[in-house]
Design a protein around this ligand. Sequence first.
Ligand code: ZN
Length: 283
Amino acid sequence: MPEGPEVETIRASIAPVLLGRTIEGAWVSTKKLRAPLRRAALLPLVGRVVVDTGRRGKALWIDVEGGAGILVRLGMTGRLLVEPVATARAPHTHVRLGLSGEDELRFVDPRRFGSVVPYGDAAARAALLVGVGPDVLALDAAARTAIVVALCATARSLKDALLDQRLLAGVGNIYASEALFRARLSPFLRGQDLDEDGARRLLAEAEATLADAVRNRGTSFSDYVDGRGARGDHLTHLLVFGRAGEPCRACGGPVRRQAQGQRSTFWCPRCQARRSARAGRLR
Ligand SMILES: [Zn+2]
């Protein structure tokens, strides 16, 4: 499932080829995506030039002149690609926007948990992002303070809190485990059992974890590729995620995997003991 770094990598990879292009046509498959989409809803974009791209958390948008655009969520298996019209379309291509210069923007999604939602102006776009918190890769001091306060107040586990896109947007299952390991905090520790220093350390590690993943152009386990079809390089940099039974990169003990909220959490019980909530920052 693409998280903030993967979506940012996709955005950055398609922005240079989209900007300045005119949308020349729109096509939608008959298969239902997470949000229903009719071709007619995309037609207002036709004839307009792409002027901007943006992202918050796992949501990505493309603006055309006049303020309209599309907001894309990739869900579990979504891909957003810019390819030459002549390139064979991948199976499960559900939305296509024709671009000047014989290219197409293609939304491919085998499991169809993703969505493409058109909007008419910036206010309509903002309405689609209600409930999406501040982006982890673009926090200011005020947002950091608010998140630290919320982390220290919650009765939820730190892992669950990190996954809450209303609190901070962009951290998914992979990077939550990674950030908690880097902060040497137990994923099962409740936020209210954490002191402010611990919360600040966790947030700083979440920010650093996502920034590192963007530098490595995301993590490719199976589906994820950027907007030009290239896989990400972050997989080999993962410290705990996907490494159950392998030696912890810090202490050499076995990394463990445990179901938490219907998803797998990976952690080192030795480095991330609950009592370590007040331990210093380690690498
Ligand atoms: Zn360890």
